[in-house]
Design a protein around this ligand. Structure first.
Ligand code: GUN
Length: 293
């Protein structure tokens, strides 16, 4: 069994990005600039955004954090999105989700100029991904593809089960794995809360990508010998032994599943760090105007 070290891979990629940024700047180019909008004080969102700002520093990017209280109006938020769309110094930006209930997430996502949508959530980027055109790809699935690539994991012709059908992870993950690329070229099944025999589907899979947000959902009896298991879960569960009072729990019951695997990602230290580094890669592409002019 090989433990996939997302922390080490992400550190290496951040170094690669930083080296490229210094070359760009030395040649008289512009330092990439990522802006992030954070609404309210959700604990998870605060941590994610703080980590994104920290990653920008490590990559040599400029970053801006724009904060609003949870009672900000949708109109105010949309006005800021439009301002960032127009700001030539901002190469890419994100609006951290979830947003308070009185604000339409879809409206906000669609207000973002797709050329600056480094999250890859805008329908134009999602649509371009679906038909294999250059675009910004959602960070978590893109990070998983990078791990499969760097660990030389064979995916062509393999049975891949994606657990979860979210717009951010499950759907783009399935799209990427079925694409005529390497990694990719897999036979993909997407399972969700209404799937009839999810356990059977998993037992037949060569690759399982678990993104349903249910702690320890994938148990040993659901995994075939030699499978590759990618755990996207990061549910906060109470843990009195931690200073924060909680720990991050994956969707996979690691103690049972890991001994059966050829490769597995841990939580934390697997997919999580790759998600942030994928956003950094998209920001570098935005800075270079590599996808859209
Ligand atoms: N909330 C959870 N994941 C993400 C992400 O990748 N981007 C944004 N903007 N919000 C999130």
């Amino acid at each position: 069994m090989t433990l996939i070290d997302g922390k080490a891979v992400s550190a290496q990629i951040k170094q690669e990005i930083a080296a490229e940024v210094e070359q760009i700047v030395a040649a008289g180019g512009k330092r990439p600039h990522l802006a992030a909008i954070l609404v309210g004080h959700d604990g998870g969102s605060e941590t994610y955004v703080a980590n994104k700002v920290k990653a920008c520093e490590a990559c040599g990017f400029k970053s801006s954090l724009i904060r609003y209280e949870a009672d900000v109006t949708e109109a105010e938020l949309l006005a800021k999105v439009e301002e960032l769309n127009q700001d030539a110094d901002v190469d890419g930006f994100i609006v951290q989700l979830p947003l308070p209930k009185h604000i339409s997430e879809q409206k906000v996502i669609e207000a973002i100029d797709y050329r600056k949508d480094v999250d890859g959530f805008h329908p134009i980027n999602v649509g371009r991904l679906a038909i294999g055109l250059p675009c910004y790809v959602s960070a978590t699935p893109n990070g998983i593809m990078e791990l499969l690539r760097r660990y030389n994991i064979e995916t062509s012709g393999k049975k891949c089960v994606v657990l979860g059908r979210s717009n951010i992870v499950g759907k783009p993950m399935a799209t990427l794995m079925m694409q005529k690329t390497n990694p990719g070229d897999a036979t993909v099944t997407v399972c969700h809360s209404h799937s009839k025999d999810l356990k059977k589907e998993c037992r037949e899979a060569d690759i399982i990508i678990a993104a349903i947000g249910r702690p320890d959902f994938v148990t040993g009896d659901m995994v075939k010998e030699g499978a590759v298991v990618i755990d996207v879960g990061t549910t906060r569960v109470p843990d009195a032994t931690k200073k924060s009072g909680f720990r991050l729990n994956g969707d996979v019951k690691f103690s049972e599943v890991a001994p059966k695997c050829s490769f597995i990602t841990p939580v934390p230290g697997g997919v999580g760090p790759m998600t942030i580094v994928s956003l950094m890669k998209n920001t570098l592409l935005a800075g270079k105007k590599a996808i859209y002019q």
